[in-house]
Ligand binder design. Structure first.
Ligand code: HEC
Length: 206
C-alpha cells in the first residue's frame, strides 16, 4: 500500500509541473496564474504609455518627429513606468531584430523568443504568453512574463519595407541606429516581446 502511495507522487508532480515550459525552475499552475495576471497588467501599462506618447509625437510633427521621440524617450519612459510600478519589477522590450542594441535579448529572452517563433510557424498565430522563473544577475529569483507584439499598419511607418518608407525618415533611422535590424516587417508579423521581470516575493504575497 505504502509503495503505491509513493508511486503517486511523481505522477502528481508531473501533472502539476508539466503545464508550463520554464527554464530550469519548474512552476506550478497557481504560480502561473498569478504571474500571468500581474505580468499582463504591467506589460499593458508599458504599452499604453509608449503608445500614448508615440501618438502625441506623431500628431505634433509627423513620423519624423516621432523617431526623434522614440530614440530619446522610449528607454526613459520604460524606466518611468518601472518606477511607478515599484516592487522591483523590471521591464524591457526585446526582439531578435532589434533597433536599439540596448534591447538585444539575453539568453533567457532568446529562449522565449524562439518559443514564440516556433509557435507562430506551427499555428500561424501568436502564442498568448510565456513564463519563466530564472535567477537574474543580482542573484535573486524572478518570474519573467513575456507578452508578444504583432506588427500593425502603424508600425510599418518605421519598421516596414525600406523601399516603401519615407526616404527622409529611413535616413534618419539609419543615422540614429547604424546597426538597425528592426526593418522589413509586414503587417501581422511577430515583432518581439515585452518582458516583465517580477521578484518572487511579489507573487508569493498574493
Ligand atoms: C515613429 C517611428 C516608429 C513607429 C511608428 C513604431 N516604432 Fe518601434 N521603434 C522605433 C524606434 C526609433 C525604436 C528604438 C527605441 C529605442 O531606442 O529604445 C523602436 C523600438 C521598438 C521595439 C524595441 C526593440 C527594438 O527593436 O529595439 C519594439 C518591440 C517596437 N519598436 C515595436 C513597435 C511596434 C509593435 C510598433 C507599432 C505598434 C512600433 N514599434 C511603431 C520607431 C517606431
Amino acid at each position: 500500500m505504502k509503495i503505491y502511495k509513493l508511486l503517486y507522487l511523481p505522477i502528481l508532480s508531473v501533472l502539476v509541473f508539466s503545464c508550463t515550459k520554464k527554464d530550469d525552475v519548474p512552476i506550478s499552475l497557481i504560480e502561473e496564474m498569478k504571474v500571468r495576471e500581474v505580468g499582463e497588467k504591467y506589460a499593458l501599462e508599458l504599452l499604453r504609455t509608449l503608445k500614448q506618447n508615440l501618438m502625441k509625437a506623431m500628431n505634433n510633427g509627423g513620423p519624423y518627429n516621432a523617431v526623434e521621440f522614440c530614440s530619446t524617450k522610449a528607454q526613459y519612459l520604460t524606466k518611468l513606468v518601472e518606477q511607478k510600478i515599484d516592487h522591483g519589477v523590471k521591464l524591457k522590450r526585446t526582439s531578435f531584430k532589434y533597433r536599439n542594441p540596448l534591447n538585444k535579448p539575453d539568453k533567457y529572452e532568446a529562449e522565449a523568443l524562439k518559443i514564440f517563433e516556433k509557435y507562430y510557424k506551427e499555428y500561424g498565430q501568436l502564442r498568448p504568453y510565456y513564463i519563466q522563473k530564472v535567477r537574474e544577475q543580482d542573484g535573486q529569483y524572478y518570474y519573467r512574463y513575456y507578452k508578444p507584439l504583432v506588427v500593425k499598419p502603424l508600425c510599418l511607418i518605421c519598421h516596414g519595407d525600406p523601399e516603401k518608407m519615407d526616404p527622409q525618415l529611413y535616413q534618419k533611422i539609419k543615422e540614429k541606429y547604424p546597426e538597425d535590424k528592426a526593418i522589413g516587417y509586414k503587417e501581422g508579423d511577430f515583432r518581439g516581446v515585452v518582458r516583465v521581470s517580477i521578484p518572487v516575493k511579489v507573487i508569493n504575497r498574493l
